[in-house]
Write a new protein. Structure first.
Length: 34
């Protein structure tokens, strides 16, 4: 899989944002806030 540096950075940023959002959502759900 050959990608340009810019494309690779965008993919990593998107993965980190999704992972962070999921962790926050999971923590909120398990803490009983929602």
């Amino acid at each position: 899989m050959k990608l340009g540096a810019g494309e690779l950075d965008d993919i990593h940023v998107g993965q980190w944002i999704l992972a962070g959002a999921f962790v926050v959502y999971f923590a909120v759900r398990t803490s009983g806030v929602m």
